[in-house]
Design a protein around this ligand. Structure first.
Ligand code: NAD
Length: 469
């Protein structure tokens, strides 16, 4: 008797416990009441989001400094202001974005009303990475809320301080019956993904993107994948090396290189490389001083694991600039590598750190071939004094976005869709594209209830007359 009794008394619940079921059920119930649909409700959520940013600016800046040693400037421009401007744009345009879109009609539907209705999907899951932990959670959230969805937000477990602010403070500014933050790493997110969502918006690596897409496939859930990859940066012989070096260095070392759209490697001729190296050295010294480690403008690597990976990459090719590292601070100096081989890890994996390899090519054609032999990147850059050269790179390659003669400025325009193509992702967002991403575009036709005499021409029994309708 004894053992059976013990067994019988052991509660079954913890074994099958699902930590997310209650939250998700609550959000679904809220959505089904229709409360997220009116423009007033959506605007109130967006205003709450704006107040969250305004009232917690200091807190967010501190969290970003703790997570990534992010400078106040970088936190302001690339995290807080960009989120605020997305909120303002959505608030200004909400009603016009929500309007039914009238579409052209054919002869048979002249008397009817044909339009596209933008309706919310329902329950949306947003999964975010750690490199811009405010921007990459809140900017998708703006689109999801503006479109009238209920939202589960899953921030990255690596940006711990920011994650904490998002989990503890943000929900106070939003309607908690329609919004929840869920925490955790791969295991928890995997468990979360077993549930059915109506839309999934994922930002992260192509490796995890595949896992998320497979989980979405089980429920036939549509999704956006904002992934990464290696962004080529072609530098033409016809250029001003110092101008190019300033721009490439700024965008490569911004956030200590942990940017999905950062120029990942330079493609140029050996001659241009010789002119670029002193110019890159000059830019790095002007930006970060003789001792970049003591410069408050330079970020740090997010975790020990990521630091070890990057330190390993410093062994590829030959260090031309920088190369120092300090494990205790997770510091990696702004580095330029030369003489790298295509087969080395630094040219195989996305770098995602302050390391810039230079690959030599003999011509523009060879550069274009090199780019086209690889996965389609999230961003592609071409620097040249010749417009024709820039336009040729644009015409003969493919990528999520493109910027001629600068770094990732194209993604600061909310009028441009931001997203990848091929292995760098699918779908896009920012500005109105976010609203459209998080809305189902429902095809609607409202016909006249009468006029049966005219309509009856289509019914069987068929005769040649049916074809005339
Ligand atoms: P990641 O793919 O490791 O993690 C992203 C998110 O997925 C995190 O929230 C994480 O908790 C979750 N996750 C991790 N493993 C998981 C698993 N097995 N199952 C389910 N969920 C899991 O990416 P990261 O390291 O946080 O970010 C770096 C990558 O993101 C780079 O490849 C970068 O290019 C890309 N990125 C892309 C964009 C973009 O807008 N396209 C922006 C930033 C970063």
């Amino acid at each position: 008797g004894e053992p059976e009794q013990v067994w019988a008394r052991r509660p079954l619940l913890p074994l099958r416990m699902d930590p997310y079921a209650d939250t998700l059920r609550r959000l679904r119930e809220a959505f089904s009441t229709g409360r997220t649909r009116p423009a007033e409700f959506r605007a109130a959520q967006l205003k709450g989001l704006r107040r969250f940013l305004q009232e917690n600016q200091q807190l967010l800046q501190e969290a970003l400094a703790q997570d990534l040693h992010k400078s106040t400037f970088e936190a302001e421009v690339s995290e807080i202001r960009i989120s605020e401007s997305e909120i303002d744009l959505a608030l200004r345009n909400l009603r016009s974005w929500m309007k039914d879109e009238k579409v052209p009609k054919n002869l048979a539907t002249q008397l009817d009303s044909a339009f596209i209705r933008k309706e919310p999907f329902g329950l949306v899951l947003i999964i975010a990475p750690w490199n811009y932990p405010v921007n990459l959670t809140l900017v998708p959230l703006v689109g999801a809320l503006a479109a009238g969805n209920c939202v589960v937000l899953k921030p990255s477990e690596f940006s711990r301080s920011t994650e904490k602010v998002l989990a503890e403070v943000l929900p106070r500014y939003l309607d908690q019956s329609c919004f929840a933050v869920v925490l955790g790493g791969p295991q928890e997110t995997g468990q979360l993904l077993e549930h059915k969502f109506d839309y999934i918006f994922f930002t992260g690596s192509p490796r995890v993107g595949r896992i998320v897409m497979a989980a979405a496939a089980k429920h036939l859930t549509p999704l956006t994948l904002e992934l990464g990859g290696k962004n080529p940066c072609y530098v033409d012989d016809d250029c001003d090396p110092q101008t190019v070096a300033n721009r490439v260095a700024f965008f490569r070392y911004f956030n200590s290189g942990q940017t999905c759209v950062a120029p990942d490697y330079v493609l140029c001729s050996p001659d241009t490389q010789e002119r670029l190296l002193p110019a890159l050295q000059s830019a790095i010294t002007r930006f970060y001083g003789d001792d970049p480690q003591s410069c408050p403008s330079l970020g740090r690597i997010i975790s020990d694991k990521h630091f070890q990976r990057l330190r390993g990459l410093l062994g590829c090719g030959r260090v031309a600039i920088g190369g120092q590292s300090d494990e205790s601070e997770r510091y990696i100096a702004p580095t330029v590598l030369v003489d790298v081989q295509e087969t080395e890890p630094v040219m195989q994996e996305e770098i995602f750190g302050p390391i810039l390899p230079i690959m030599n090519v003999r011509s523009l054609d060879e550069a274009i071939d090199f780019i086209n032999r690889r996965e389609k990147p999230l961003a592609l850059y071409a620097f040249s004094n010749s417009n024709q050269v820039v336009k040729r790179v644009l015409a003969q390659t493919s990528s999520g976005g493109f910027c001629g003669n600068d770094g990732f400025m194209h993604m600061t325009l909310a009028s441009l869709p931001f997203g990848g193509v091929g292995a760098s992702g699918m779908g896009s967002y920012h500005g109105k594209f976010s609203f459209d991403t998080f809305s189902h575009h429902r095809a609607c036709l409202l016909r006249h209830p009468g006029l049966e005499k005219i309509y009856s021409i289509r019914y069987p029994p068929y005769s040649p007359r049916n074809l005339r309708m």
